[in-house]
Design a binder for this molecule. Structure first.
Ligand code: GDP
Ligand code: MG
Length: 200
């Protein structure tokens, strides 16, 4: 499940991950998509297009109690990718809705929560975002928009402060290619030699 502020690249990243697992790896996994649209803002449209293109099943959850049935409907999948509507890190109510969905997970599936944040914001804002989403139980962090900054100390500092691993980096807008699996080598390379989509 990808959570995080609005406009950071969650939906784009879900599409990249869906492509990665369903046809870019040696083994082709069955991938399903779920969108939490608990504010009925039509968040589903953007992902629906990707789902159509990649021929993937998609479920929308409007009320938190529907979450378990959406998960059960995707039981045949190897990977279920869950998109959430963005919320300002200070909008406690929207974060609570996501929390309620997690609470309504009566299945035996455990959800991996990935906090998605842009690398182009300063450390203080990253930390405030982290603190506000932390009640959801953050398993890993994902940083997006590495192509939009030239400094990576903020990412390093947050990782050091929180001891949470980084699962992925998003390095551009192109779906599916602009996704890099998180590694300390890649981050250190960016810090020492500057950003590059490929590791030198
Ligand atoms: N430059 C750049 N733009 C990105 C990246 N990831 C996403 N975007 C763009 O950011 C905008 C918002 O992305 P979206 O996935 O809708 O964000 P969401 O609100 O978190 O779901 C879109 O225009 C994306 O193309 C990235 O790594 N680099
Ligand atoms: Mg979105």
């Amino acid at each position: 499940m990808l959570v995080g502020p609005t406009g950071v690249g969650k939906t784009t990243s879900i599409a990249k991950l869906a492509a990665r697992y369903s046809f870019m790896m040696e083994k082709k996994y069955k991938v399903g998509l779920i969108v939490l649209d608990t504010y009925r803002i039509g968040a589903v449209e953007q992902l629906m297009q990707y789902a159509r293109m990649m021929k993937l099943g998609i479920e929308t959850v409007v009320d938190p109690p529907e979450f378990a049935s959406a998960l059960n409907a995707m039981r045949y999948c190897d990977y279920i990718l869950i998109d959430t509507m963005g919320s300002s890190p200070y909008d406690k109510e929207k974060i609570t809705k996501i929390y309620e969905c997690l609470q309504n997970n009566t299945t035996n599936m455990s959800i991996d929560t990935v906090l998605v944040m842009p690398s182009s914001i300063k450390y203080e804002d990253l930390k405030a975002t982290y603190d506000n989403f932390e009640p959801l139980g953050i398993d890993t962090m994902m940083f997006t928009k590495l192509d939009e900054t030239r400094g990576f100390g903020n990412i390093f500092s947050l990782m050091y402060e929180t001891s949470k691993p980084i699962s992925y980096f998003s390095v551009g807008q192109e779906v599916p290619e602009d996704l890099v699996v998180g590694s300390s080598d890649y981050l250190i390379d960016c810090m020492l030699h500057g950003f590059s989509k490929e590791k030198r």
